[in-house]
Design a protein around this ligand. Structure first.
Ligand code: IPM
Ligand code: MG
Length: 408
């Protein structure tokens, strides 16, 4: 039952990142070796930055924090949480989307758990005062270029998928999204008035060879530890940046003879995801295609409320967040699905801290709560028990504990 989740999240960051950071002396992806203080024999302490953000962010973070704390304590891990404002919450408090103090707390931490950012209230803000800028600054300045977005259909949730059972059942893929380049960050960009006096808006899809190579390596390593299939998604029939993307990814393939590499245009990939999602194992793609395809993949799994993500760099803390947004329409109503954030906490343990046992406790507890029939509105189907965000969190917590009760 747990297999789908486990196969999606089984990579250790030390193995994901090729080259330099694989050395055991490199502590960047396993901070406990150097950073955490031993509390007492068998206990480790980590600093976790909590960035709840906006909308449903605070609700899902508060639930996920409790689960993280509990699962950690059962494995002798102690967490020192530091909660800081980002996004709209920070704009309201101090007038900027990412206050220096919030960034510093994040940067100095061992791992970062983020809720969601944005909301109607700030929709008309000038661009540099939009809440989303906090996300871009965090991603860019923490240099977390590799965004892992697992999407698997859990047996318990097959009926929540909008696709037919036979199409959705058994889907288990990992989307590796480039996160710090491409059109999101490319220059020139802007809105200006052209020679005819007409306003024009423009952005630049820009990739340097080294940016493509490093994300491709993460993807090859990821595929190697999964089912050995990597599909690189681009638009090389139109975009120059994609022509270079395809050339660099193809050139690296000879270093990974055990991985079967294919290429697909993004429009076809969008279609194939709905037609036959099981054909995909690992997908690697640029920033904007990864943004779009991961939302699409989430629907196959039943709900965007189920999908976690990990954003990793070569050194420094990783950023862990659900892929969903701040859902301002249901904020504050205890209706949000906290599972994507809880599963992001599991990814934090596994990829960020190298604490696989504690991560597995969380993954198992999520499956146990689903097995007992607890469902938030987004994944509800008749015959199950409809619960809110808090109750779902309590059920997961109970399952974390129940496992202990069962084994003592
Ligand atoms: C995501 C989100 C963000 C993105 C938004 C909120 C800026 O959609 O993480 O997928 O586009 O990267
Ligand atoms: Mg998105």
């Amino acid at each position: 039952m747990a297999a789908a989740l486990q196969t999606n999240t089984r990579l250790h960051p030390i193995n994901v990142f090729p080259g330099k950071c694989r050395s055991l002396n490199d502590h960047s992806r396993a901070p406990c070796r150097v950073r955490c203080a031993a509390v007492s024999p068998g206990e480790k302490r980590f600093n976790i930055a909590l960035l709840p953000g906006d909308g449903i962010g605070p609700e899902v973070i508060s639930v996920a924090k409790n689960v993280l704390q509990q699962a950690g304590s059962l494995e002798g891990l102690e967490f020192n949480f530091q909660e800081m404002p980002v996004g709209g919450a920070a704009l309201d408090l101090v007038g900027v989307p990412l206050p220096e103090e919030s960034f510093e707390a994040a940067k100095q931490s061992d791992a970062i758990l983020l809720g969601a950012i944005g909301g109607y209230k700030w929709d008309n803000n000038e661009k540099h005062l939009r809440p989303e800028m906090a996300l871009f600054y965090l991603r860019r300045d923490l240099k977390v270029f590799a965004n892992l977005r697992p999407a698997s259909v859990l047996p318990q949730l097959v009926d929540a998928s909008t696709l037919k059972r036979e199409v959705a059942e058994g889907v288990d893929m990992m989307i590796v999204r480039e996160l710090t380049g491409g059109i999101y960050f490319g220059e020139p960009r802007g809105i200006k008035t052209n020679e005819n006096g007409e306003e024009v808006g423009f952005n630049t899809e820009f990739y340097a060879a080294h940016e493509i190579d490093r994300i491709a390596r993460v993807a090859f390593e990821t595929a190697r530890k999964r089912r050995g299939k990597l599909c690189s998604v681009d638009k090389a029939n139109v975009l120059d940046a994609s022509i270079l993307w395809r050339k660099r990814v193809t050139a690296l393939a000879s270093e990974y003879p055990d991985v079967e590499l294919t290429h697909m245009y993004v429009d076809n990939a969008a279609m194939q995801l709905i037609r036959d999602p099981k054909q995909f194992d690992t997908i690697v793609t640029n920033n904007i295609f990864g943004d779009i395809l991961s939302d699409e993949a989430s629907m196959i799994t039943g709900s965007i409320g189920m999908l976690p993500s990990a954003s990793l760099g070569v050194s420094g803390p990783g950023l862990f967040e659900p892929i969903h947004g701040s859902a301002p329409d249901i904020a504050g109503q205890d209706k949000a699905n906290p599972l994507a954030t809880i599963l992001s906490a599991a990814m934090l343990l596994k990829y960020g801290l190298g604490e696989e046992k504690a991560a597995k406790r969380i993954e198992d507890a999520v499956l146990a709560a689903l097995n007992k029939g607890f469902r938030t509105g987004d994944i509800y189907s008749p015959g199950n028990k409809l619960v809110g965000c808090k109750e779902m969190g309590e059920e997961v917590l109970k399952s974390v504990d129940a496992k202990v009760a069962a084994t003592v």
